[in-house]
Design a protein around this ligand. Structure first.
Ligand code: NDP
Length: 252
């Protein structure tokens, strides 16, 4: 991991980077940080009002003008992903970065009681939707001279844990897809695909997963940004098909 990475102020200058789930939590802060480091950020998410707030923050900070794409992975179709690709092609002609960050927690419950509809919903939002969006965006990622795709994983996507159900399985699937795609694009030399586990971070999702925990004891999304910046910028060139952690592993 790149915990101590010091990103130069112009690290992402001239890059076009799409962030999913950019309206809240880690995605919101990643979008702001990418913009502060010079990127033109495409803010994708399901709640327009939240995306507009992030848009305004980026504009107020004098960063490159972002774009907003309202999209809900739950109901999105292949046509939506291709329309998105067409819009990006028209506006920018390429894509230099894709942060797959949006996810649903679903429910933490014994598998015996897991609701099949909820299971499908979590797999759709966390895995299937992002897969087909990636397929639609691949041609634009291949136009870029230096593109980075980052899939957000979790510790339960690397070691299964009781009661984490579809969320855990969706993250395992994400890790597997990351490896398949990384291997397929390896020969290009211009596109890298990796996964990143943010580790326990102070967000709404974390609070929902651990209602008894004091959020004040957790690192904020801001503190885990060095690894996100490193993965999106040119310093991570040559890393493909790898699993990263944004926080040091727990000693226990
Ligand atoms: P949050 O729940 O705080 O934010 C998730 C974002 O994803 C929100 O902006 C949300 O939109 C968006 N989103 C959810 N469902 C959809 C959908 N159907 N379509 C489009 N956008 C959607 O989560 P975090 O910031 O905590 O998590 C970010 C990533 O990090 C996730 O992939 C998560 O699995 C991972 N992670 C987080 C950890 C943590 O401790 N926080 C630990 C390990 C992994 P809206 O705002 O409209 O709800």
């Amino acid at each position: 991991c790149r915990i101590d990475y010091q990103a130069p102020a112009d690290l992402l200058e001239g890059r076009v980077i799409l962030v999913t789930g950019a309206g809240d939590g880690i995605g919101r802060v990643a979008a702001l940080e990418f913009a502060r480091h010079g990127a033109t950020v495409i803010l994708l998410g399901r709640t327009l009002a939240k995306l507009e707030k992030v848009y305004d923050e980026i504009e107020a900070a004098g960063c490159p003008q972002p774009a907003i794409v309202p999209l809900n992975f739950e109901g999105a179709t292949l046509k939506d992903y291709h329309d998105l690709a067409e819009m990006l092609d028209k506006e920018f002609g390429r894509l230099d970065g894709l942060l797959h960050n949006a996810s649903l927690l679903g429910r933490i419950t014994p598998f015996e009681q897991y609701n099949p509809e909820l299971w499908e919903q979590v797999m759709q939002v966390n895995f299937n939707g992002p897969v087909w969006m990636t397929q639609a965006l691949l041609p634009l990622l291949q136009v870029s001279k230096d593109a980075s795709v980052v899939f957000t994983s979790s510790s339960v996507g690397r070691k299964g844990r009781a009661y984490w159900g579809a969320y855990s399985v969706s993250k395992f699937a994400t890790e597997g897809f990351m490896e398949v795609l990384a291997d397929e694009v390896e020969h290009l030399g211009t596109l890298r695909v990796n996964s990143l586990n943010p580790g326990a971070t102070r967000t709404t999702m974390r609070a929902n997963a651990y209602p008894g925990e004091d959020p004040g004891t957790l690192p904020t999304p801001e503190t885990i940004m060095p690894t996100y910046l490193w993965l999106m910028g040119p310093d991570s060139q040559g890393h493909n098909g790898e699993r990263f952690d944004a926080q040091p592993p727990k000693s226990a």
